[in-house]
Design a protein around this ligand. Structure first.
Ligand SMILES: NC(=O)C1=CN([C@@H]2O[C@H](COP(=O)(O)OP(=O)(O)OC[C@H]3O[C@@H](n4cnc5c(N)ncnc54)[C@H](OP(=O)(O)O)[C@@H]3O)[C@@H](O)[C@H]2O)C=CC1
Ligand SMILES: CC(C)CCC[C@@H](C)[C@H]1CC=C2C3=C(CC[C@@]21C)[C@@]1(C)CC[C@H](O)C(C)(C)[C@@H]1CC3
Length: 551
């Protein structure tokens, strides 16, 4: 049995979860089952920490002394944030009081910066957080639930995609016709479809590595390092569009995508599964500091599903960023366009229907906007916190292109004429949703990138113990997830053109409500863990999550 490294009663430095800050803590106990130390901070907060989040006090002080000696004056500015120094200072103010007092109010940027710095200087000892949110081993039942969940989703998600594809293409896609007639087994696999998918992904990978476009910096990792990302997504979609146009001109029949939708989906699923196996294997050898918090249960299926490595890269090629932003996202627009051509062919139309045009334009705007603002993805949850495993690989490569295109796929066989007032109302809804979505995402992204940006000086903020602040006015002062509200309004505008005859084209709307409500509660617990009572203060100030005055 391995020896316990830190003994009961020993004074050590413990990392504050989710940050790079270390505080002096006393070891209370060690649980050999969970391999977690229970430690107590100076203000009485008890947390459970892994061994790698603890350092011996002597070694830590020696290291921070030698590091601060070698720092340049510019970097020394941030010395007040060093944990060693923070622990030497003490403040009688409670964290909540500091947070409340330091909400900055319409101050000029220079003053605001000073104020921000001041709040960093008087940073209190860690916030008192309730143990129910603490960083501790989940009870056995919870573990069983999570494991069972992973098995369930692993089987359910691919089956659901197949079901949607087969069902929506039926003459009568009513759910009363469940289960749909299954095609013979050999109809699922098609070598040509597989070749097309491989070609598409390779083409996107080639565009991604071209030395064109900006190299953007990601958010600081635990190690303090900032990864660089080639954010040339807009370039990639423009080149893809030109190549497709040339291929069409040369006689390429894009309606192949409609007639082989099932085979293309199965081929992509195989690739996503192979990729996930590769990701799982390499995560077993990845250094500790490159791992995400989740996906380390020791259960193969759960870890395979959740993903463990945060930013798996082959040299500078970032697999998670590439998969999230390129083949699936740009493929989504290609498929929609192919569906418009298939609709014209099937229904003998000279031009796509108004509904089809709306769906195509709306979703194209969404994707182009995402690619134009590609840098903003670097401050989202997936990029910052989630490991890359089956869930995201499948989500990015299969789920997005083969289920987000459901409205266009549905319209090929189920026309839904739109009156002019209905069309106008839907366009207005989409634009309102888009405005809220874009403005709120850009505001948070700009603030996270440069909190002292003079253009944001009018915004009120709450400082937190991690050194980051929370916006408490502007879009993020109205509701806690304004970007989700905008996204939901847009989703509504995508389903409305399909009418109300069937439930299936509304699948995206229903799924999206569930996804975003779940993401919101996941984010709430994560932020509560990271920011402690500063987060509570934020929640008291901004009471509603997604819909003002309702939810
Ligand atoms: N079409 C689709 O399928 C999907 C689309 N989306 C869209 O992607 C976008 C990104 O979503 P997602 O990554 O889920 O979440 P967010 O972009 O909302 O990111 C949440 C993070 O923002 C930071 N944050 C929260 N509140 C504040 C605040 N008041 N001030 C400053 N920072 C704050 C926190 O991170 P920290 O403090 O660590 O910076 C938090 O963890 C959204 O627009 C969403 O609608 C998302 C999922 C699926
Ligand atoms: C398979 C599961 C049930 C769900 C998987 C979820 C993923 C499909 C989504 C998680 C977050 C996403 C985002 C986008 C696409 C869907 C996934 C990958 C996004 C790239 C779409 C375009 C937007 O402009 C965006 C804001 C960049 C989105 C970021 C999050």
């Amino acid at each position: 049995m391995p020896a316990v490294k830190y003994q009961k009663g020993e004074k050590v430095m413990g990392r504050w979860p989710g940050s790079n800050l270390y505080y002096e803590v006393k070891v209370l106990s060690f649980d050999s089952m969970s391999q977690l130390y229970t430690v107590i901070y100076k203000d009485g907060t008890e947390l459970e920490l892994k061994e790698q989040d603890i350092k011996s006090a002597a070694g830590f002080q020696a290291r921070s002394r030698s590091r601060s000696r070698s720092r340049s004056p510019g970097r020394r500015r941030s010395r007040s944030r060093s944990p060693a120094r923070t622990t030497r200072r003490s403040s009688s103010r409670t964290a909540a009081a500091v947070a409340a007092a330091a909400i900055t109010d319409s101050v000029p940027s220079s003053r605001r910066e000073t104020r921000l710095k001041d709040t960093l200087e008087v940073r209190p000892s860690p916030l008192v957080i309730s143990t129910s949110h603490s960083y501790k081993l989940k009870p056995l039942l919870m573990c069983i639930f999570l494991l069972a969940g992973a098995y369930f989703w692993l089987l359910f998600l691919p089956a659901w995609v197949l079901f949607l594809i087969i069902q929506v293409n039926l003459e009568d896609p009513s759910l009363a016709n469940f289960p749909p007639p299954l095609p013979p087994l050999e109809a699922f696999l098609d070598a040509q479809a597989l070749a097309f998918v491989i070609l598409w992904i390779a083409f996107q990978a080639m565009l991604y590595i071209l030395p064109v476009g900006k190299l953007s910096e990601g958010m600081p990792l635990m190690s303090g390092e900032r990864l660089k990302y080639r954010t040339n997504g807009f370039f990639a979609i423009v080149v893809s569009a030109v190549v497709v146009a040339v291929a069409l001109h040369q006689g390429l029949d894009l309606t192949y995508i409609h007639s082989h939708f099932l085979q293309l989906a199965v081929a992509t699923f195989l690739i996503a599964t192979l990729l996930s196996v590769y990701l799982y294997v390499r995560s077993r050898y990845a250094p500790q500091e490159q791992l995400a918090l989740g996906g380390n249960s020791g259960n193969v299926v759960y870890d395979f599903f959740k993903g463990h490595e945060l930013n798996p890269r082959i040299k500078d090629f970032d697999l998670k960023f590439f998969c999230e932003m390129r083949p699936g996202l740009i493929g989504w627009c290609l498929i929609n366009f192919a569906m418009a051509l298939a609709e014209m062919k099937q229904q003998n139309l000279e031009a796509p229907s108004n509904s089809m045009i709306l769906v195509n334009l709306f979703q194209l705007l969404y994707v182009v906007d995402g690619l134009w603002n590609e840098e903003a993805i670097l401050t989202t949850m997936d990029l910052m916190h989630d490991g890359f495993g089956f869930m995201l690989a499948f989500g990015d490569l299969v789920w997005v292109p083969f289920t987000y295109t459901m409205q266009a796929y549905y319209l090929v066989r189920h026309p839904n004429p739109l009156s002019f007032p209905a069309l106008t109302a839907i366009v207005i809804l989409k634009l309102v949703g888009f405005y809220i979505f874009r403005k709120s995402n850009s505001e948070k992204n700009a603030f996270r990138r440069n909190p002292s940006d003079p253009k944001l000086s009018y915004l009120k903020t709450i400082p937190t113990a991690t050194g980051k602040s929370l916006l408490v006015s502007g879009w993020w002062g109205v509701i806690r997830h304004p970007n989700y509200l905008g996204d939901l309004l847009m989703a509504l505008a995508w389903s409305l053109p399909c009418g109300f005859s069937h439930l299936l084209p509304w699948y995206y709307m229903i799924y999206f409500i569930i996804l975003l409500v779940h993401r919101d509660s996941r984010d709430m617990s994560e932020c509560r863990r990271k920011y402690g009572s500063a987060w509570d203060e934020y929640c008291r100030t901004v009471r509603y999550r997604i819909i003002p005055c309702v939810y």
